[in-house]
Design a protein around this ligand. Structure first.
Ligand SMILES: Cc1cc2nc3c(=O)[nH]c(=O)nc-3n(C[C@H](O)[C@H](O)[C@H](O)COP(=O)(O)OP(=O)(O)OC[C@H]3O[C@@H](n4cnc5c(N)ncnc54)[C@H](O)[C@@H]3O)c2cc1C
Length: 400
């Protein structure tokens, strides 16, 4: 009997990496992307050590390392008093071959993965093809599409939804997207002003009840790079006010030099959620990446956990296509859903609460605790194993 392809809906970084992981094992894959080309918008830009290891195993490590900036050290600061804690991922060199955060825009990973897929005749990437729904039976899935030539259908052995936070596949699975949306939107802008001049490491978080912020260096037309900075905004403000020169300058001047005008290369505003789908599988249909879970960017974990999903799921789908029981796919849900809740949701929510704490007593206690953690080699190591996502990947592999 002819084996139908695995259809992946969504050619973001998670869909492309999932396709590559299966393509390398000889699986026939059809990847649907609703846009006409790989989306180039600026979004996530941090890769943690286990993610770089996974991408390296897929042959993507070298080009990504060439295009990114290695950030071994990062800081937590208090807006008023300066550095509270500085961590060095170098202490994890005995457990990871990549003891640093790799900063690189996600669209560069997408482009590299898309280029790698060109070597596999068993993969077809169809741009301008939107998945609109599916029906399934015991043997396969019929995927409904809207294409530039009209509506169509593809028969698939499995359908994987990597179609982002508003996932059509997740909605058609009728699973809940459990969690909440933060009231404030996040302003993200970028400046070429080199924050290292002010003692900042390539990644830093500044605690403040009103104007906390997160800072990430990104590659930009050669060294020294560009600095992406994320701030919370008042829910009452309009998007126009948030994106105005005056507001953006007031945020950056607030923690740098108030008398200086900073060049702003890019700005955007977006809404942030903490949500996890109640199930990642329904029969032969699965979800991964933002389709399955979303979180705030404090800790840089969303895209990373999506790639961890994709690599995990690809391995299990290969096994099932080679004869393993379909129930193996429930292990994918157990492993990836639980670790997203226990690690990604818990850590990113805790990071946000730490930065925005208003009660001076609680704030002092939490920052003191971090100071002590950074100063104690045993505690610092445990903290780094969690924040680098090494522990979440270890934990997932233990779940049966
Ligand atoms: C504005 C914005 C800013 C962000 N900034 C940060 C940040 O600073 N730090 C951080 O860690 N994370 C950030 N994120 C989150 C991060 O970008 C995501 O975690 C990451 O993109 C997830 O990758 P993905 O492949 O799962 O989904 P996506 O990147 O969303 O990719 C989904 C793909 O599916 C396609 N698609 C959608 N529907 C369909 C359909 N029906 N059929 C076919 N194709 C479809 C889309 O065109 C898209 O290419 C941001 C997200 C947004 C929206």
């Amino acid at each position: 009997m002819k084996k139908h392809p695995v259809v992946i809906s969504g050619g973001g970084p998670v869909g492309l990496v999932t396709a590559l992981a299966m393509a390398r094992q000889g699986v026939e894959v059809v990847l649907l992307e609703s846009e006409a080309a790989i989306p180039q918008d600026l979004r996530a830009g941090t890769f943690h050590p286990p993610t770089v290891e996974m991408l390296d195993a897929l042959g993507l490590g070298k080009p990504l390392l060439e295009q990114g900036i290695k950030v071994p050290e990062w800081q937590i600061r208090d807006r008023r008093t300066g550095v509270v804690a500085q961590f060095d991922l170098g202490v994890l060199a005995d457990v990871t071959s990549h003891p640093f955060r790799l900063h690189c825009e996600q669209h560069k990973l997408s482009t590299i993965a898309y280029q790698a897929l060109q070597d596999y005749p068993n993969v077809r990437v169809l741009f301008g093809h939107r998945c609109t729904g599916f029906t399934q039976d015991a043997d396969g899935v019929t995927v409904a599409l809207s294409t530039p030539d009209g509506d169509n259908e593809i028969r698939a052995s499995f359908l994987v939804g990597t179609d982002g936070a508003r996932s059509t596949v997740r909605k058609a699975m009728q699973v809940e997207f459990e969690g909440f949306t933060w009231p404030e939107r996040f302003l993200v802008f970028a400046t070429p002003y080199d924050l290292r001049e002010q003692g900042f490491t390539g990644n830093a978080y500044i605690a403040d009840p009103d104007e906390w912020c997160a800072i990430f260096i990104q590659p930009h037309k050669g060294p020294p790079g560009i600095w992406r900075i994320a701030f919370p905004t008042d829910p009452e403000m309009s998007e126009e006010q948030i994106l105005s020169d005056a507001f953006v300058q007031s945020r950056i001047q607030g923690f740098l030099d108030p008398s200086r005008e900073y060049e702003i290369a890019y700005r955007s505003v977006y809404r942030v959620h903490q949500r996890v789908a109640s199930d990642f599988r329904e029969g032969r249909v699965l979800i991964a990446g933002d389709a399955a879970h979303v979180n705030n960017p404090l800790g840089g974990m969303g895209l990373n956990s999506g790639i961890h999903d994709g690599v995990n799921l690809a391995g299990k789908l290969v096994d099932v296509l080679e004869g393993a029981s379909l129930e193996l796919l429930d292990r994918y849900t157990r492993q990836r859903r639980l670790t997203n809740i226990e690690y990604v949701q818990a850590i990113t929510i805790r990071n946000k609460r730490l930065l925005e704490e208003r009660d001076p007593e609680v704030r002092r206690e939490r920052l003191d605790e971090l100071r002590m953690t950074a100063a104690d080699p045993v505690k610092a190591r445990e903290y780094l194993l969690n924040s680098s996502m090494i522990n979440s990947v270890r934990r997932a592999s233990e779940i049966q």
